[in-house]
Design a protein around this ligand. Structure first.
Ligand SMILES: Cc1cc2nc3c(=O)[nH]c(=O)nc-3n(C[C@H](O)[C@H](O)[C@H](O)COP(=O)(O)OP(=O)(O)OC[C@H]3O[C@@H](n4cnc5c(N)ncnc54)[C@H](O)[C@@H]3O)c2cc1C
Length: 388
C-alpha cells in the first residue's frame, strides 16, 4: 500500500534547491520582458534542459534521470514558486510519457536520448481543434495511410510551443467515426518531426499570457508511416493513459503559483501601512490570504496523494483530477487575494502580480477545464450518470 511522506526526502530537497539555483538567475524582470514581447524563455529552458531537469521522468536507460512524478512536479512547482512560468516547458514531461509507454523500442531509442539531452525538443501536443474543443473524439483532422506515408489534413487550435519544438505529438482520425464501433476508436497518435514539413502552417496567436500558442493548418502534409505510435486506431486510449501525469504536473504548476502569490501578499500586507496600521491587520485583507493558504495546503496534500499513487503504479484518476482542480482553484484564490491586497500596485507590471495572475488563470481552463474535472469526479468517482 502506497503511503504519503509528509516531508521531502534529502534528495528531493536537493532537487528543489538545484532548480531554485537556476531560477534565481531568471528574476521577475526576465519573465516580464519576455511577457511584454510574447517571446519564449529560450535561455531558461536551455539551461534547465542542460542541467537535466526536463529529462527527470525519462528512464535512465534512455538518458534521463528516471525520477518519479513527485519529483517532476517538484521541479515545475519550484519554477512557478520562484516567479517563473513552467508552462514554457512542462509539456515535455508528460508528452514523452506517451512515447515511453506506447512507442516501439526503435522509437524510444531514436528519440528519448535526444530529448533528454535537448538535441531534440518535444514540447508540442496537438489535440484541440476549432470544431471539437473539449469533445476530443469529434476531432476532424485526418491521417490517411498511403503506402509508407500518412497524409494529414485538418486544423488544430491553441497548440502551444510548436515554433519552439522539433517534434510534435499529434492526434488525428485514421478511421472515419461512422466506420468504428465506439467513437473513441479510429484515432491515432503520431510523433512527427515538424521541422520543414511541407503543407504545414503555424499561425501564432496573441493570448492573454505569454504561452507561445498557435493555430495549425495541415494541407496534404505527408508524414512517414513510422511516425505512428503504437497501434493505429488506439490513440485515444494512449492519450487517456497520459492524462493522470498531465493533471499532477499541472497541479504542481498551480501550487507553485499559489505559494508565490501567498508569500508576496503576506510580505506586502505586513509592510503597507494605511489608516495607521499594516493593511494585513485588517480581517478583510488577512482572511482572504489565510483562506488561500488553507486551500493551497489542501491542494498540495491531494497532489502528493495522486503522485504517490501514480509512482506506485496504482489507479489515481480521481486523485489526479482532484489535484488539478484544487491546485488551479487555490492559485486563482491566492492570485485574487494577492492582487486585492496590492491595491493599484497589483495592476502595475513591475510587481509581477498581474502577470502571474494572468498565467495562473489558464489552469482553470486548460489542459482540461474544471467543469470537465467535476464531470469526471461525478461519473467515475461518485458513480453518477455521465453529464455530457
Ligand atoms: C493558452 C492555451 C494553451 C493551450 N495549449 C494547448 C496545447 O498545447 N495543445 C492542445 O491540444 N490544446 C491546448 N489548449 C486547448 C485547451 O486544452 C482547450 O482550450 C480546452 O480543452 C477547451 O477547449 P475549447 O477551448 O474548445 O473549449 P470548449 O470545449 O468549447 O468549452 C468551452 C467551455 O464550455 C464549458 N464546457 C464545455 N463542455 C462542458 C461540459 N460537458 N460540461 C460543463 N461545461 C462544459 C467549459 O467551461 C469550457 O471551458 C490550450 C488552450 C489555451 C487557452
Amino acid at each position: 500500500m502506497a503511503s504519503i511522506e509528509l516531508s521531502l526526502t534529502e534528495d528531493q530537497r536537493a532537487l528543489r534547491a538545484g532548480v531554485m539555483e537556476i531560477c534565481k538567475r531568471y528574476p521577475g524582470e526576465y519573465w516580464r520582458d519576455l511577457d511584454s514581447r510574447r517571446e519564449y524563455p529560450d535561455k531558461f529552458v536551455t539551461e534547465l534542459t542542460e542541467a537535466g531537469y526536463l529529462a527527470a521522468l525519462i528512464p535512465q536507460e534512455y538518458g534521463g534521470a528516471g525520477l518519479g512524478i513527485r519529483e517532476g512536479g517538484l521541479i515545475l512547482e519550484t519554477i512557478n514558486y520562484s516567479g517563473g512560468n513552467a508552462g514554457a516547458c512542462h509539456a515535455q514531461m508528460y508528452i514523452m510519457g506517451t512515447v515511453l509507454r506506447h512507442g516501439s523500442e526503435a522509437q524510444k531509442r531514436e528519440y528519448l536520448p535526444k530529448i533528454a539531452t535537448g538535441a531534440l525538443r518535444l514540447q508540442a501536443f496537438g489535440v484541440t481543434e476549432p470544431n471539437s474543443g473539449s469533445d476530443t473524439t469529434k476531432l476532424q483532422t485526418t491521417a490517411i495511410r498511403k503506402g509508407d506515408r500518412y497524409v494529414v489534413n485538418g486544423q488544430k487550435m491553441f497548440i502551444s510551443r510548436v515554433l519552439q519544438s522539433d517534434l510534435m505529438l499529434l492526434l488525428a482520425r485514421t478511421t472515419p467515426v461512422d466506420a468504428v464501433k465506439r467513437k473513441t476508436d479510429g484515432l491515432s497518435v503520431f510523433l512527427i518531426d515538424i521541422r520543414n514539413l511541407k503543407g504545414f502552417e503555424v499561425r501564432p496567436l496573441r493570448m492573454m499570457m505569454n504561452h507561445s500558442t498557435n493555430a495549425l493548418f495541415f494541407d496534404n502534409v505527408e508524414i512517414p508511416a513510422t511516425s505512428l505510435i503504437g497501434q493505429e486506431g488506439k490513440g485515444f486510449s494512449y492519450i487517456l493513459d497520459g492524462m493522470n501525469a498531465e493533471r499532477i504536473l499541472v497541479a504542481s504548476d498551480s501550487l507553485g503559483d499559489a505559494r508565490w502569490f501567498t508569500e508576496k501578499a503576506v510580505a506586502y500586507s505586513n509592510q503597507r501601512v494605511i489608516f495607521g496600521k499594516p493593511i494585513g491587520a485588517n480581517q478583510g485583507v488577512q482572511f482572504a490570504i489565510a483562506k488561500a493558504h488553507v486551500s493551497t495546503d489542501a491542494a498540495q496534500l491531494m497532489r502528493d496523494k495522486a503522485a504517490v499513487l501514480f509512482d506506485a503504479g496504482q489507479p489515481c484518476g480521481g486523485e489526479a483530477n482532484m489535484a488539478k482542480y484544487l491546485g488551479a482553484e487555490a492559485a486563482w484564490e491566492a492570485g485574487n487575494a494577492c492582487i486585492d491586497c496590492h491595491g493599484g500596485y497589483g495592476y502595475a507590471e513591475e510587481y509581477d502580480v498581474e502577470r502571474k495572475f494572468r498565467e495562473c488563470r489558464l489552469y482553470k481552463t486548460a489542459p482540461v477545464n474544471n467543469n470537465l474535472v467535476l464531470a469526471y469526479v461525478g461519473e467515475h468517482v461518485l458513480g453518477m450518470p455521465r453529464s455530457y
